[in-house]
Design a protein around this ligand. Sequence first.
Ligand code: PHE
Length: 453
Amino acid sequence: MPIPQRSKPQRGLWSSRLGFVMASAGSAVGLGNIWKFPYITGMHGGGAFVLFYIFCILVVGIPLMLGEMVIGRHTHKNPVGAFKSLKGGAWTAVGWLGVIAGFVILSYYGVVAGWAVDYLWLALRGAFGSQHASKVPELFTELLSSDLRQLFWQAVFMASAIGIVLGGVRKGLERANKIMMPILFLILVFLAGYGIFSPGGPAALHFLFYPDWSKFDSRGMLEALGQALFSLSLGMGAMLTYGSYADEKTNLPTAAFSVSFMDTCVALLSGIAIFPIVFTYGMLPAGGPGLVFKTLPIVFTRMPAGNMFAVLFFLLLVFAALSSAISLLEVVVSYYCDEQKWSRHKATLLIGFFIFLFGVPSALSNNLLKEFHLIGDRNFLDSVDFLASNYLLPLGGLLITVFTGWVLTTRLAKEEIEKGAVRFHFYPVWHFLIKYISPVLVAIVFLHTVGLL
Ligand code: PHE
């Protein structure tokens, strides 16, 4: 099959190849690793969930990330444009699914990120100094009981994300990422080390790494798969969009592998940092979405210069959330700029604003809309998160793996990957995984959970 013609890329390229990897890692590493991974691991019994999560990263995550990057760089287009130009017809809907997922995910992502900004503000005012240890658990309850406070910080966060995306190609952010990500990593290593040697350390390690399969069911499998996709920013075209800004010489397999590796390390480290606190203070591992906000600050109040650590930690968390949020916004914005010919300015402002509005019910979901349960006993925020991670992303992921393996074909993908004199040594493994294994695994888990298998 001849390589489809495509127009010359007129879009911004990354300032360097490392810039591309760091920006993709910035997209991947975010609240998904530090807020979500520990709490859903806690809700699904620990070790078995973690093992299955790592299995999903290896078998679905890494192959799919490479697939998305290849499609992006091959077409130099946004997700809708990419599928339209490669195949068109019904496949264009895959791009659409991504744009919708970006919109939906960012709506509540902004709310949770707002909690982190609130905590940064609390830290700046010294709320995590040693004299306040007993107050920590109340802080989160107080925050959730104030709709206005949550709305305010959500607005602040969304305004910052919009501001950055308005700037076009993310030079400033690329540079900042290069500094902030390694510091975040170091802090997490320190906190994990602190955790391991605290009284709850051994119990935490046992919980996280000793699989008890009796506590793990098919629900947990879908959650693990959804979380792997969410955490790696896959299944909705974010990596595709970032790949579309990469140049021909970029080594995509290395990029996909390093990003996935970093992301997984950060998730595991944050689990190792948080669960010792849970066990030391006799809290419940299945404490739900507030877990990180209720546990980590306790440690800050106990260590020397803890409040300073709290400031640094929440600053980095906010930053990690920002670099993920802009990739979500970028997917939607790039569609409106490329396909609808909106100016970047108009697209970013309008879409950013609508996403904020759509996030308002999530911001109110712990107070004013507390009684409003959309799915099961989940409030609005948790329901939207559940829908996006467990339905939109797996469905998108399934379709993109099928597309890469069967429609684009792995042979063509190999040509794209090897354009810049890059040798793709793992081609046979990737070919086998993305064509036969990943789609089947995602399909089985997905169909089983929606009750069709
Ligand atoms: N991966 C991001 C995180 O872990 C969230 C995200 C999902 C970003 C999907 C882009 C696309 O926080």
